[in-house]
Write a protein that binds this ligand. Sequence first.
Ligand code: COA
Ligand code: AMP
Length: 640
Amino acid sequence: MTSRYHEVYEAWKSDPEAFWAKAAEEIDWIETPAKVFEAEEGIYGRWFAGGKTNTCANCVDRHVERGRPGQPAIIYDSPITGSKRKITYAELLAEVEALAAVLKKKGVGKGDRVILYMPMVPEAVFSMLACARLGAIHSVVFGGFAANELATRVNDCTPKAIISASCGIEPGRVVAYKPLLDSALKQAQHQPEFCLVLQREQGPCDLIEGRDFDYAALVGEEKSLGTKVAPEPLDATDPLYILYTSGTTGRPKGVVRDNGGHMVALKWSMKAIYDMDPGEVFWAASDVGWVVGHSYIVYAPLLHGCTTILFEGKPVGTPDAGVFWRVIEEHKVSALFTAPTAFRAIKKEDPDGKLVGDYDLSQFRMLFLAGERADPDTIQWAEDKLGVPVIDHWWQTETAWAIAANPAGLGLLPVKYGSPTVAMPGYDVQILDDAGHEVPASTLGNIVVKLPLPPACLPTLWHADERFKESYLLEFPGYYKTADAGMIDEEGYIYVMARTDDIINVAGHRLSTGAMEEVLSGHPDVAECAVIGAHDDLKGQMPMGFVVLKAGKDREPADIQAECIRKVREEIGPVAAFKTVHVVNRLPKTRSGKILRATMRQIVDHEEFKMPATIDDPAILDEIQEVVDHVDQMRAAQAR
Ligand code: COA
Ligand code: AMP
């Protein structure tokens, strides 16, 4: 089929409001929006102002009322605990209503914040939807973050309640969540009024009298009472959720998502980008703690009337590198969405893809990759082994859906390896030089999006309008700065090459090197430090620290290294994957004192580099090179 992409993109460009008005017809509105786009509201305008709607009603009630009550809404498949559960749309409504009743009775209502600190269990999805039903604003915190990160989020969004679980499960270990929650609340200035805790049999926990309540007991009571909770009519522009993401410092950014625009864009994306029809099975193998989980485990598939897979496991080791193919076969998955890292992990374990042959994947149509740069080797391996189109697409926590993709539902465009293809309708993507001028085709520069951003993109940061402007809008007036560098070729294909800030991407997880540096600087023996993202064959990047010790410290560097590693794990979390730190005598700097992190990364990655003209003392680069060479030699010797 020839692609309708160019026609659709042009239709959007010539009349954006008509385009989104048509897309909005797919949503149930309590009151139709007076205006599609209100330029005078918000920081750069607001979508669907004046409209009233409810996201939970659109995700759940409408499918129960209109033909899908018995269709599985969620298939929970947890190889790590050996359990599976199918939840129909009707059952989902019952679960969500009961939980909404619990929250409501405890005083949670419209505009209140609720933090969810949960593993990949159905109750995490019920909790998101119950909040959405009440108009409470959820903020999911990924389970791999440490107590300190949780405390920061508690202080920032001041939740009325926290919903958590007794534990999460990682290969070979039970991660007790409750001590992390308790420790976070000890550190936080703000205290929630109550916590609901889901007890898991793999690691139950004690509850604090008066503060903690048993999730199952309270929900069970409401179920037996049959309490009904009607969806709260919300303004389209009311916040649905806050999702914290790494900024360049230790203070994460609270990305705000609204109700109306979010639904319109996500619903549109399910057919146009993912070519999914209602009733089909969609699987985003991510975590509800990330934006991919919010958008494509929970909201978009449910809005579209699909069945979504909630997978609690890993691509390898639970139990083997064939688990993805087992899930696809068993649950008749039409499309899978994951990060390239997951495929690199599978490819490492099963290079010839032998396990693929053990399963019937005849109904599987497409693989979507995002979250980090998809290397051509991985794409080609997946294409070869699976025999389906492999679609790289590019987006960010801030946008909630793809900025660039190859839109399967509009007809695929030819693939160019290394490019997530073209800008989606809604996004006028341009490349600017540092002075803000447009650059010729195929020239590297800053990737920006002309304002206004399309529906679903962040209207602001939680209680931080100025930070929103400073972070995204000030540098290139009239544009949103993606903080990615890249280029656009003559045919409009976008290439995303690197971040322009201190963000690194580790196994598809977005992390801030600045935040890690803040932790290292807090070590009493560290005088100064730098953290860079070094290339890693499996995870794409891995953080690597360099520390200069305070003078006169008579301690074994190995002890300090171990303490630094432990400190990052304890303060940011295991997800930081911080495992390497080098003790050096000095850090290379410019004459004005700026640490030359980019050059350090080039040395570590064995890339050619130009001596920075402003370097203070070039000899320091040789010292860094020596340390790196020494470590490489040791690793090579260990491997032998
Ligand atoms: N709760 C607690 N700890 C967690 C966690 C969670 N929800 N998720 C990860 N961790 C821990 C891991 O156990 C690991 O701990 P360790 O250092 O003790 O081994 C650490 O955080 C790093 O995790 P990760 O980087 O994910 O590495 P891994 O070795 O556990 O798994 C992959 C590697 C490739 C299998 C895994 O990263 C993966 O499946 N990636 C898919 C990508 C993805 O989901 N991206 C999200 C955005 S699309
Ligand atoms: P996150 O907010 O965690 O989704 O991370 C967003 C960042 O991940 C982007 O700004 C990019 O740097 C990177 N990223 C996501 N998808 C891609 C992709 N398909 N290609 C290249 N980089 C990507």
